[in-house]
Design a protein around this ligand. Structure first.
Ligand SMILES: [Zn+2]
Length: 422
């Protein structure tokens, strides 16, 4: 269906001449016999092309019946398109490189360039772009240029099933240049069909005159037999990703079992927290009652809101240690390479060591009972035993939601200093 242009469209006019005007049949100078008018969208705005058509003036020459269009026309837009190459490339790039949806491409074209295209038209241009891109990707000359300086190549094959019940797309990739060589949809991937793909890869490698040093796949039976048949003697390795995925299942099962056991062992957090809160409530009530007798009424009405203990009180530090432990016990981030249970064990150990350092510092302080020595001794102790940067980075990803034990130690030390001064 021809494109409908609004009547008030302001077209830029462009005349195109036929440049080589010698008749290809007899060599005589050709004449202009007609004009063809075309209107197309370009990124610079709507353009009207005036194409001068030529033919041989000699009615007996075969060049008389064949009119020639200007050479440049095809460089601006292919025949019968409503858009120029620039718009076409813009659409293809947005789709293939940025994975934009058709409605999004449609609205951006309209907003940024005032180009109004139907979704059907955009879908049609995208299909053509894909065909051209695939042809370009498989262009033997371009391929040869890319592989000129590559000594050996590594090939991989895998099946992708975009939707259940649909045919599987088998993709052969070359890994040194990270390039898809070709892909084929196979409804039933029999060993014969798969082997044909591998044979095609062999043809490509031969035409490039390259040695295949390695094959990588998930080692489906059809791949194993096909590669062994077409590439005898070439090693065939398990793909890292598939290997890890298969290994991950038992690892994560064992890890989750370990987590359950740790959660069983670390109990009683709620009891500790309740005891601290109860004491804080009681302290707040007494202090309020002493400060302002009228405030008692408010406190009795809403006792839970009343306490606002200072951040460095011993109680809040205990609560923060509890929060840290609870956060650790609830942590479930991490994959098979950093199992959550191992992270949990490391973090619990960290808390245990931190509490131990607090106890050690307190013991050292009470022996000396010298308030001037205690702060430096205790702060020096915990800052030296802070985890190394690498350790803290490896745990910080998963444990930033709760207080860090070594931050709590600083507060414990300050409380120690304060109480030893008073
Ligand atoms: Zn002629």
């Amino acid at each position: 269906m021809p494109y409908k242009w609004p009547s008030d469209t302001d077209f830029a006019l462009r005349e195109l001449d036929f440049l080589d005007r010698a008749c290809p049949a007899c060599g005589r100078m050709m004449h202009i016999c007609d004009h063809r008018y075309r209107r197309i969208h370009t990124l610079e705005g709507p353009v009207q092309l005036v194409c001068k058509l030529n033919h041989c003036p000699d009615p007996d020459c075969p060049g008389h019946a064949q009119t020639k269009s200007p050479e440049q026309e095809a460089m601006i837009a292919p025949p019968n398109w409503a858009i120029g190459w620039d718009v076409f490339c813009w659409i293809g790039h947005r789709r293939c490189a940025r994975h934009m949806s058709i409605p999004l491409i449609q609205s951006e074209l309209l907003d940024d360039y005032a180009i109004k295209l139907s979704d059907d038209a955009i879908a049609k241009y995208i299909r053509r772009y894909q065909v051209m891109l695939a042809a370009r990707q498989q262009d033997p000359q371009a391929l040869r240029r890319q592989y000129e300086s590559v000594p050996e190549i590594v090939l991989s094959i895998d099946g992708l099933q975009p939707e259940k019940g649909h045919e599987t797309l088998y993709v052969v990739r070359e890994l040194t240049q990270k390039r898809v060589w070709f892909a084929k949809p196979l409804i039933s991937a029999t060993a014969d069909e798969v082997q044909r793909l591998i044979a095609q890869a062999k043809e490509w490698a031969t035409s490039l005159n390259k040695t295949v040093s390695l094959w990588i796949s998930d080692k489906q039976d059809a791949f194993v037999t096909g590669i062994a048949a077409e590439f005898p003697g070439v090693p065939h390795r398990y793909c890292d990703n598939h290997f890890l995925r298969d290994l991950a299942k038992p690892v994560l099962e064992a890890d989750s079992h370990a987590k359950v056991q740790m959660r069983h062992k670390v109990r009683g957090l709620r009891k500790i927290e309740q005891a601290v809160l109860k004491r804080q409530n009681a302290e707040a009530l007494t202090s309020l009652a002493q400060d302002d007798p009228t405030a008692t009424v408010t406190v009795i009405v809403a006792p839970a809101n009343a306490p606002a203990p200072e951040p460095d009180s011993a109680g809040t530090v205990v609560l923060d240690y509890c929060a840290a432990v609870r956060g650790i016990l609830n942590g479930d981030q991490g994959g098979p390479l950093q199992p959550p249970g191992l992270q949990m064990a490391a973090a619990l150990k960290e808390v245990g060591e931190s509490i131990q350092r607090n106890l050690d510092a307190k013991k050292g302080g009470s022996q000396k009972s010298n308030s001037a020595v205690l702060p430096t001794a205790s702060t020096g102790d915990w800052s030296m035993s802070k985890p190394s940067k690498r350790q803290s980075e490896s745990t910080s990803r998963t444990s930033t939601r709760w207080p860090r034990p070594w931050n709590l130690e600083g507060r414990v030390a300050r409380i120690g200093r304060r109480s030893s001064r008073s």
